[in-house]
Design a protein. Sequence first.
Length: 177
Amino acid sequence: MNTINSYSRSNTTDLIITSMLIALVFVATVLLNIKLPISANGGLVHLGTGMLFIASILFGPKKGAIAGAVGMGLFDLMMGWTLWAPFTIVARGLQGYIVGKIAWSMSRNGNSIAFNLAATICSIPFMLAVYYICERVLFGSWVIPLASIPGNLVQNVVGMCVALPVCVVLKKLPIFK
């Protein structure tokens, strides 16, 4: 009976943490988002990418993937970007998974600043590729999607500049040791 209660408590804790991470990614995306004037499809810069990186570095690939996919997918659905939602779910889920997988590789558990930086950098081409394919499908052109790459790069760099220092500070707290 004690094992069952422990397992149930663990699942409940995982569900609560994952739900809170989804909410944090969603709120960070809604809170500050700036449409870039690069082109019609120049993209948004928002804090959701930074929160996605934080979730993945602090909690690993599974929670990072779910938080990114669901949090930013909900943003698209609720803020009028409905056509983008399926692609966002794939792009941000994949990005969260990659960041978490690299940051947590070889029992690092997000404790290596160098691996956390490498993880965020390595995730960017995958996010760019998914959105490039998305725009190819939506706009019917291989050229038009090129205009969104600079905005997506800016969004990721801003996310890295926010997330990496925040993770360094949070990893010093007893709860993350």
